[in-house]
Design a binder for this molecule. Sequence first.
Ligand SMILES: Cc1cc2nc3c(=O)[nH]c(=O)nc-3n(C[C@H](O)[C@H](O)[C@H](O)COP(=O)(O)OP(=O)(O)OC[C@H]3O[C@@H](n4cnc5c(N)ncnc54)[C@H](O)[C@@H]3O)c2cc1C
Length: 527
Amino acid sequence: MARFDFLVIGSGVAGLSYALRVAEHGTVAIITKKETVESNTNYAQGGIAAVMAPEDSYESHIKDTLEAGAGLCDPEVVEFVVKEGPERVRELMSFGAEFTRQNGHLHLGREGGHSADRIVHAADTTGREIERTLLDQARAHPNIEIYEYHFAVELITEHHLGQYVSRLRPDVHCYGAYVYDTQTDVVRTFLAKSTLLASGGSGQVYLHTTNPDVATGDGVAMVYRAKGRVANMEFVQFHPTCLYHPEANSFLISEAVRGAGGLLFSQAGERFMPSYDHRGELAPRDIVARAIDDQLKQRGEDYVLLDISHKPSGELREHFPNIYSTCLGFGIDITEQPIPVVPAAHYQCGGVRTDHFARTSIEGLFACGEVACTGLHGANRLASNSLLEALVFSKRAVESSVEYAAEAGHRTDVPDWDDSGTQHPNEWVLVSHNREELRRVMWDYVGIVRSSLRLERAFRRTNMLDEETEAFYRDSRVSAGLCELRNMIAVAYMIIRSAQMRRESRGLHYMLDYPEQLEEEKRPTLV
Ligand SMILES: Cc1cc2nc3c(=O)[nH]c(=O)nc-3n(C[C@H](O)[C@H](O)[C@H](O)COP(=O)(O)OP(=O)(O)OC[C@H]3O[C@@H](n4cnc5c(N)ncnc54)[C@H](O)[C@@H]3O)c2cc1C
């Protein structure tokens, strides 16, 4: 049993920036299920949206965010995130993050949906720079202990103390987490006065995704099982442009390539975006992703082409070194030829519902980063607003969790993890098969364009997978693969049910049989 003042689940931008601040108030454990850098953060390319140029304004960033969110943003949240953003970016620089500069000033990129240049970036590997900076600081901090290969299995709540919790009127507290040490094969109890969930998104629920393998929605699933409130799960953002190559594992071609003048063409060489939206290639992501999906379906093709080769080659190599070298590795020279691209699941806009200070509906549990639904993104995230959101809310979470921890003690009556009667599974094929089946069902039926019929089909299939997996789980000792599968099924269930509840098309949620946006549906979806 390990005891800390603060437990942090996840080592991306949200978890690390929170840990660094909260460590001034007590002892901190960061648990992370693989090596520390493995996170969505590490793969972020474009950058952080923040008003840093004199010719830009808060009003304009607020307006762009609200417009993308299609009526579901919390305007108060949008305002404070935009206004607090520049200060958080400057702090990151004071920690040692080095962002791209031009003539002594920050170079600010432009991305889809933004009406000004405001993307702070480190060439096209911004996430790697942020992760490196924060990790260096966290590793050096005397109050922080980092546990790699530690997988959070369940949040510890009244349920584990044998108390009944009603789903209708839940009064739940979080006392820490049961954590599986994947290297020693033991489930350990981590007790904390306050727990921060910063476990990121769930892109792995879909067959094609830009997210790394760790993004299986564990945090949202744990909160759902603990009877906490989850919102807006139907709003899944699909990135329009991932490299189409059998070996590329959905490598992202950043929005910044379109911001820099990249144009989209069908394989027949026809530029198609202007006929879908007057902003052309710089329309918000959902519009571009749907346009590509439509082109692919109309033409029966597997990919479209993104061409930036008309720009000077030196400029491309300087601004997009990672994209340039990765594509070259697959035999595509972006300075001379177009890049074959397809859409892929990219960002979870919904998640664990929080208030303005990252408090969840479970006492003692706070959430920030991609796992949280704070009200910033509404029905669609504006590009590069997520790193910003994580930075702003991780600071706010410190304020509320320090206040909470000052009053809370450690529970002393938490039982050890009980795995009596279980055994090591010898039917691993169930886990791998069900994982692949789930991802395909979600891609085919709950993807960019949905319909009531497809959702109903997906619901039936997911139910079957759930029954099989739960039966297997009850008899099996804990393993990371099996836990991830359970979590992915829970997330899929929440996405499908939320999508069924929303009988309209809004933001990222597009329904063939409800193509209009309706005033009476303008509310968050709660599960
Ligand atoms: C390819 C790509 C490009 C992107 N580009 C941009 C961009 O340019 N700008 C922008 O704003 N956003 C971008 N995003 C989105 C952004 O990177 C993420 O939303 C953000 O980094 C999320 O940070 P986080 O700390 O919430 O989660 P993550 O960075 O994903 O970290 C989650 C952490 O939780 C750990 N974890 C998960 N489950 C468990 C568990 N059960 N037990 C223990 N640990 C667990 C993971 O291992 C990981 O360490 C991009 C995302 C991707 C995938």
